[in-house]
Design a protein around this ligand. Sequence first.
Ligand SMILES: *Cc1c(COP(=O)(O)O)cnc(C)c1O
Length: 311
Amino acid sequence: MGGRRLWVKRDDCTGAVGSGNKLRKLEFIAAEAIAAGCNTLISCGGVQSNHCRTTAWVGARLGLRVHLLLRLDGDAKIDDTPDGNLLLSQLLGARVECLSANDYQAQMPALMQQRAEEYASRGHRARIIPTGASDATGVWGYIQACSELARDFRKLAIAPRHLVVAAGSGGTLAGLSAGVALTGLQLRIWGVNVCNDRPWFEKKVRADLEAWARRYRQPAALAEGSVHIIEGYAAPGYARCTPAVWKTIRHAATSAGLVLDPVYTGKAFHALLQELDSGRFERNDDIVFLHTGGLFSLFPQRAQLAAHPLS
Ligand SMILES: *Cc1c(COP(=O)(O)O)cnc(C)c1O
C-alpha cells in the first residue's frame, strides 16, 4: 500500500469458535480459576460481546459453569430469535441475564459480586472476570502474543515498527505494552479507541499494568506503559459505524478477503488507512494490523451493511 507492506496478525483465528483476542486473556484467567478450585465463571459485557461469547466457549470446553450479565443498548429488547454472539453464548450453555443500559450502569460490577455470593451459598466457587477479561491476569495473554510476534517477524525476516489494534477495555494494549518491553521488540503500539477517549485509555492501561506488576512482582517501570491512542474514529458511538467505515469493511473483504467487524476491527482498520494517508506512519515501513476477531457482530448489523453497498 503506497510502498508500505501491511501485515495482518490473525488473532481472529486463535482457535475457539471464530474467536479473537479475548481467548488469549481467558487462557490465563481460566487456568488460574481452575487452580483456585473455581467451577463457575461470571462476566459481563454488551449484548453482542465477543468476550462473553468466548467466555461461554471456554466454559463449555473446560467444564465450567458460565453466568453472563449483558447490557441491552438503547431500547433493545432481549429478542426471541437471538443473533450473533448472543445466540452462540446461549448455544454454548451460558446462563444469560440481560439488563437495560441504565440498570447495567448502576449495578455493575456489584451485581457480579452478588451473583458470585449466590453461587457460593449453593456450594460453588465463582471467578469474576471484568469487562473484556482485562485484569492483572489477562495481561499475560498479550505478553505471550508478543513472543509469538517476535518469532513471526524472525521467520519472515521483517522488522515492523508499528502495530495498530482496536481498543475497547484496554487489556490488549496493556499486554502488548508490557510484552514489547519484555521481548525487546522495537514496535510502537497504536490503539484505536472505539469508545471512551484517550485519557480514559491511558489511565486504564496504566491501572491494568500496575495491578499486574504488583500481583506478579514485575518491575514497576513496565507499568508505565507506552501505548499511543489514535482518537477520532469512535463516532457515532459504540457498535455504530459511519458510512466510510462500512465502505472500508466492504473494500477489505472484496479486495483482500479480510473480513472485519463493525464494532472493533472495521473502525481500527479504517483508522489505519486514514492515518497512512495523512502520513502518521513513516514511509516504507512494514506495519502490522492486529486482527482481533469479532466476526459474529457483523450478522446482527446486516441491515446497515445492506444499506452501504460498495458503489
Ligand atoms: C474486545 C475486542 C477488542 C478490544 O480489546 P480490549 O482488550 O478490550 O481493548 C478488539 N477487537 C475485538 C473484536 C474485540 O472483541
